[in-house]
Design a protein around this ligand. Structure first.
Ligand code: ASP
Length: 590
């Protein structure tokens, strides 16, 4: 027998149970031992309830309760009674009652020192916390994130089923697809020397499902990318992946908007204001230096090259002579001290800027700046013709360089200023569609074009007559508070277009045939026009729970170094296993 059969969960025991006998099971959250009276907060997933042990009620239970420790798992039988007036706790739903324990059984005794108490968990090293993730998951604040995650997924599924989507699982063992990221490889034992790849997304399968006539597909899909990790990256993560046939961009965008609004309405009782804002990629990059602008604050980037058209300041002159630009941000919100300005210059250097120039104006409009003595006397007036509302107490920050290099640095500076100056309203949810992306990016080092989205994205009409660098993609990203929540595109469904795009990407016909023969063939056997999108579920839940990292909303995340401290994965395997796969282990040269 595993204790007394539970009749109610801890968090639900309220006044309606008064004078009734209940059976409860759970963890000892805390014991307060007053000798003749022992209080224990018993915890299960639903919450806490106060147990009382006293010798008048059951001397045996009272005696045994002296030995209970935090995190022991127990099962009790007891009587629900009212708390005395002074001991009512209005903060918890069970605060008006307590349970007098008649008898109890210890189901699992803590026999070792806890590596950390639940209250301490926030302060211990992440690796230790992940090694004992089950202790960590017992915390209310952690559990709540997973409850929310669960509810979000449930509502997404509900919405999509009602809209006629099929939920389909696609393979985990698949083939390298050149979607863009590095893939994990899995050696095949049956085909020695051959490898499966883990999918970086179900991209090609979902397109093939459209060739299969499914029309509306979705999946809560696990994706794998063998990339260097960052705070918001994991080697495996989850996407809400979707694809639809006979649609255009706005159909996909509208489904996503309505889906998000449904989730917000069901979970937070707050539907979104639709349609969501939109911005073309070019404007996003010009004004914010990124493809995922955070529009919760201003500080737009402006092109100040014109102000310095005739400058003789050497480094600015040389940038302009090499077709570079001088971009800048005007800060009106604060008068900076010299040391604050120095600190900003330092951080711009850490972003990779060669320098950050600041120009602060005094009350008379005289510029103070490392280049002050090289600026014309009427500099402030010149500036005013570019930025009519500039004030004498404002500060101008400038970065000079090639447009594609200087603007991202200005974008990072903008984010830093926004956060340092506390211009961001943390409660705001700012959604934005970014559209009209360039189709290709030129890799100067590799001297070749690569796909901005992925090679299966359709170019916008008219591409046949444009230089490659000017092709626009039928791609769109959805951004929330400066974080890319997801992205998708209308796909190519005609073989000749797909082959042309492969050719631009340097994939010759023979290679295309070898790697994507199935896709090209499907494009000759009745392929409908189609498109889709994927939303990063972990990121979405992270933003909605206010977590700092996606690791907090993944039940068993890897550490920042891709390690699982609980399972201790990855591990070495014995030589026999390696042989079974026909593999040989060659240590990497240091
Ligand atoms: N497969 C893409 C991704 O994972 C999304 C899409 O184009 O639907 O980012």
């Amino acid at each position: 027998m595993q204790g007394f059969k539970r009749t109610v969960t801890c968090g639900l025991v309220n006044e309606s149970f008064l004078n009734k006998t209940v059976n409860l099971s759970g963890w000892v959250n805390r014991r307060r031992d007053h000798g003749n009276l022992i209080f224990i907060d018993l915890r299960d997933r639903s919450g806490l309830v106060q147990l009382v042990f006293n010798s008048d009620f059951s001397s045996q239970a009272h005696k045994a309760a002296h030995n209970l420790r935090s995190e022991d798992v127990i099962s009790i039988e007891g009587l629900v009674v009212e708390r005395s007036a002074g001991t009512v706790n209005a903060d918890i739903p069970t605060g008006k009652i307590e349970v007098q324990v008649k008898q109890f059984e210890v189901l699992n005794k803590v026999t070792k020192n806890l590596p950390f108490t639940l209250e301490e968990a926030d302060k211990v090293e992440e690796e230790l916390r992940l090694k004992y993730r089950y202790l960590d998951l017992r915390r209310e604040s952690v559990r709540k994130k997973f409850e929310l995650r669960n509810n979000i997924i449930f509502e997404m599924r509900n919405f999509l089923h009602n809209k006629g989507f099929y939920e389909v699982e696609t393979p985990i063992l698949t083939k390298n697809t050149r979607e863009g990221a590095r893939e994990f490889l899995v050696p095949s034992r049956i085909h020695p020397g051959s490898f499966y790849a883990l999918p970086q997304s179900p991209q090609l399968y979902k397109q093939i499902l459209m060739a299969g006539g499914f029309e509306k597909y979705f999946q809560i899909a696990r994706c794998f990318r063998d990339e260097d990790l960052r705070a918001d990256r994991q080697p495996e993560f989850t996407q809400l992946d979707m694809e639809m046939s006979f649609i255009n961009e706005t159909d996909i965008q509208s489904i996503i908007e309505n889906l998000l609004s449904h989730v917000f309405e069901k979970i937070f009782n707050k539907p979104l204001n639709l349609p969501l804002a939109r911005m073309q990629y070019k404007q996003a990059f010009d004004e914010f230096g990124v493809d995922k602008p955070d529009l919760r604050f201003g500080l737009k980037i402006q092109d100040f090259s014109g102000v310095f058209e005739k400058t003789e300041i050497k480094f600015l002159r040389s940038v302009l002579d090499q077709d570079g630009k001088i971009g800048g941000i005007v800060v009106r919100e604060k008068i900076f001290t010299r040391s604050e300005l120095d600190a900003l210059v330092e951080s711009a250097l850490t972003f990779g800027a060669k320098g950050l120039l600041w120009i602060r104006f005094n009350d008379e409009g005289k510029p103070e700046s490392p280049i002050a003595k090289f600026l014309p006397d009427n500099f402030f007036d010149q500036l005013k013709s570019f930025v009519p509302d500039i004030q004498k107490t404002n500060t101008l920050f400038l970065i000079a360089g090639q447009y594609d290099e200087a603007w991202p640095l200005l974008g990072r500076l903008r984010l830093k200023l926004g956060s340092d100056l506390k211009l961001i309203n943390k409660d705001e949810l700012n959604f934005l569609w970014v559209t009209d992306f360039p189709m290709f990016e030129y890799d100067k080092q590799e001297k070749r074009w690569s796909a901005t989205h992925h090679p299966f994205t359709s170019p916008q009409d008219g591409w046949e007559n444009l230089p490659i660098g000017e092709f626009k993609a039928r791609a769109y990203d959805i951004v929330l508070n400066g974080v890319e929540l997801g992205g998708g595109s209308i796909r190519i469904y005609k073989k000749e277009v797909q082959e042309k795009i492969f050719e631009i990407l340097g994939i010759d016909l023979a290679t295309a045939q070898k790697e994507f023969g199935f896709l090209l063939e499907a494009q000759e056997l009745g392929f409908p026009p189609h498109g889709g999108i994927a939303l990063g579920l972990d990121r979405f839940v992270m933003l909605l729970t206010g977590a700092d990292s996606i690791r907090e909303v993944i039940a068993f995340p890897k550490t920042a170094r891709g390690y699982d401290p609980m399972m201790e994965a990855p591990t070495a395997v014995d030589e026999k296993k390696i042989r079974d796969y026909g593999l040989m282990f060659i240590p990497k040269k240091k």
